[in-house]
Ligand binder design. Sequence first.
Ligand code: GLC
Ligand code: GLC
Length: 814
Amino acid sequence: MKFGHFDDKNREYVITQPDTPLPWINYLGCQAYFGLISNTGGGYSFYRDARLRRITRYRYNNVPLDFGGRYVYLRDDQSAQFWSPSWQPTRHDAENYTCRHGMGYSIIGSTYQGIESHTKYFVPLDETLEVWQVTVTNHRATKATISAFASIEFCLWDAQDDTTNFQRNFSTGQVEVEDGVIYHKTEYRERRDHFAYFACSRPTAGFDTQRESFLGKYRGWDKPATVEAGQLTNSVAHGWSPIGAHQVKLELAPGETQQITFVLGYHENPQDQKFDPAGSQTVNKTLVKPVIAKYLDTVTVDSAFERLRQYWDGVLGLFQVDTPDPHTNRMVNIWNAYQCMATFNMSRSASFFESGIGRGLGFRDSNQDLLGFVHMVPSRARERILDLAATQLPSGGAYHQYQPLTKRGNNDVGGNFNDDPHWLIIGVSAYLKETGDWSILEEKVPYDNQPGSETPLFEHLQRSFQYTLDRLGPHGLPLIGRADWNDCLNLNCFSDTPGQSFQTTTNKDGNTAESVFIAGLFVLAGNELARIAKHHGKAALAEQYLAEVAKMDAVVRKHGWDGEWFLRAYDDFGAKVGSKECEEGKIYIEPQGFCVLAGIGLEDGMAAKALDSTRKHLATKHGIVLQQPPYSKYYLNLGEISSYPPGYKENAGIFCHNNPWVIIAETRLGHGDEAHDYYLRINPSAREDIGDLHRCEPYVYAQMIAGKDAPSHGEAKNSWLTGTAAWNYYAIAQWILGIRTSFDGLRIAPVIPKSWPGFTATRTFRGVVYTIAIERKGPGNTIALTVDGKPIQGDIVPPPTDGRTNVVVKGVLS
Ligand code: GLC
Ligand code: GLC
């Protein structure tokens, strides 16, 4: 069952039924001011940090679902009937409900009793505000007299404190209302120099800023007493819950359309100019007023919207493909790239599943996300890399997370996730291949943000590599620490106390439990580091790294192989994890995908065997599950993984983040059909028709789809903020379509399905536009390339040396 459809031409998903299985959201903003918006107007806004600078309130896991947002109400002042064009919060049975989620904007509306209305929500580039452009059309044969209301609920800035500290917060709320603009200034009198505002382009017929005055006693957003009565009360909030509500009266002749613009914004004043007049307690509005005036003008709004469109045209235009498969095209050209940008902006902080008050930026997560967005925002990727590296510890280890506002490592979680440091090598390597900007390796970067500890970034990578060599276990495999990529395989934790964190509890000495996954990652990262060192003029170092990689490769083949597949780990007793000898959890996906993608066992048949076993034991029609059989009970020696009921999350769920490892592994063996088949199983667009089962948005990946052991096999959860976005983008773009960045140029090495006659693509790479056409003449993966009509050797297109910025590449597969 579908709840809408794709409009690829406009890069929109059009939802036509408001009660989607879950709120289907979109993101507004791409720089500093952000919002989440659901298909019925729910969601919230914040400036930079979803926890510390929350602008509006949102109550997660609310009953009913998804209440609180950017709500517009219309009231027919003749009949006294009122409704909300976005369905929520009044949930009237309107006609033609549509929500168009586009690139950085959403347009939501419907028609009720002949009055059509939709609201376009977006954040203009380079501004810290959002615009709601409300359009109302009278399709009746008679004149309509309408009151339009717009409302939001302010958050008292720190979202965590706001939902817990009521003894204080019920007394601190403060607002000012001046010239029809509502200013929210809680805590401005003391240490904050920022405030929020809510403005309207038309003269208003009233406002409210105290929630209870607006809603009425014991009422909800579905039935505000003031909207019902048709008159706001001009309340001025003091304490309790400040809101912003405006009322505008419209007279619409038959067929007439009118627009109203509302602007919700965030503003910071210089500390010494907070008040006007100086010495008073009144917010100085001189700096913000011109900004407000600018966006209350329709012409500015329309041109700002056009600029936003152009921005996304530019970003997405860097890589566009035309293949025989519409799901591939749509995800590569539009939605997967867009989701990668959401992970760049949000990391794992704010979604419908991430409350914005939990995790900071993950070291591992953010480095992997680079794989998906580095070509779209290379200079911001550079900054991200340097920020991440600055939280690295002198040992080469890393804080697991850092806070985006302070850019400091997060002490509550700490480090000792022994895979973390290697992801820095993977991230930097992706950046170097994309940009060719070798100067980044010379950047002086501190450890643990300590001034005086700076070394060139290259040394950070060396320490990352050395970190594992300093932490080898009894079999010569890397010690796992608190966990590796799988946060829930906690082999040194042994927790028997409810509520204790699996991530931070460590009560074993950590000298026994080893990870085959980290071994695979070490091989991948070590090979990358060797190539980087060679390019960087350090050939002797490169040799050393390769020798260590060869040793680890041999150790994996000796101690990390179970006969039919790669083992997952050794636990604290030295017993195998992910082995046929285990009662449960006999085979895991991570080492199969990752060891093969790292190139282990390609020559001697181990890789092929591992992938056959994956197909046989782990593949389902909804994707590849994480392990089998699932853990049916809690294992003290394994930790959080066995805390989940079978089929969910790491306990045999389909973890969409690691499926692309197997996809890439299949391409390494030349299996284009298998790779693309796996790709489609979790591709959200390809799952659109089963929307009632899948339940999450059909335009973005979810972290997890319930595995075959769960009652709801095929049901997705945790959409948007997941490494799944970057890895799937990387797998399809760079390995199946094979348009792959390398240190020496753009490689063209497709491993596509046999049935495809070919495909075309355009890729901007280091300032040059490559127009690529691949034609299949035989069933294999052997490629013959011509560049601007001339045949070349090999599969790497060398960058033009004569200043050309357009290159035409033709490839013939045989
Ligand atoms: C989550 C985490 C990621 C981890 C994965 C597997 O997606 O963000 O860091 O690797 O779960 O546990
Ligand atoms: C839980 C989740 C895992 C996630 C982690 C983040 O362990 O199962 O997927 O990575 O929390 O801290």
